[in-house]
Design a binder for this molecule. Sequence first.
Ligand code: ZN
Length: 169
Amino acid sequence: MSDTIGSEKVVSLALTLTVDGEVVEEYSAEEPFDYLHGAENVVPGLEAALDGRKVGDKLTVTVPPAEGFGEYDPEDFEIFDEDDLEGAELGAAVVLEDEDGYLFEGIITEINDGEIKVDFNPMWAGKTLNYQVEVLGVRDADAEELEHGHPHGADVDEYEDDEDWEDEE
Ligand code: ZN
């Protein structure tokens, strides 16, 4: 059925994400969240719960860390010298590039005696994610969207339109 969620479909959702009792993401019917199903645009637990759903379906999905952004890894940090990170502030996000040109986002979690600790865990690592979603629309993805691995459209600013997008995963 064309209004059923499956691979190679672009899905529009109204979505509320609550973490630790706090709403951290919200998309309304007026400004929905669009994603390409089967392309890892959303966490595995949410994608699995939406598979086979239809337009008009409303669901509440509780996603454990293993099906979300993963368990928190206490070893996933690096210590930098103060001179390497100018203007570092506690709690600030930093983007760092490795030798191969891959970009990593981290959060500055400690500043001590000229040493700066940057935590590279995803923001919601180790957290249970509570989604409330309503399926607003389902359509076939076009060839370019399938090639890029994300939906296109006027309101889709959250995806960098970059040929290397898939490689950054
Ligand atoms: Zn694209």
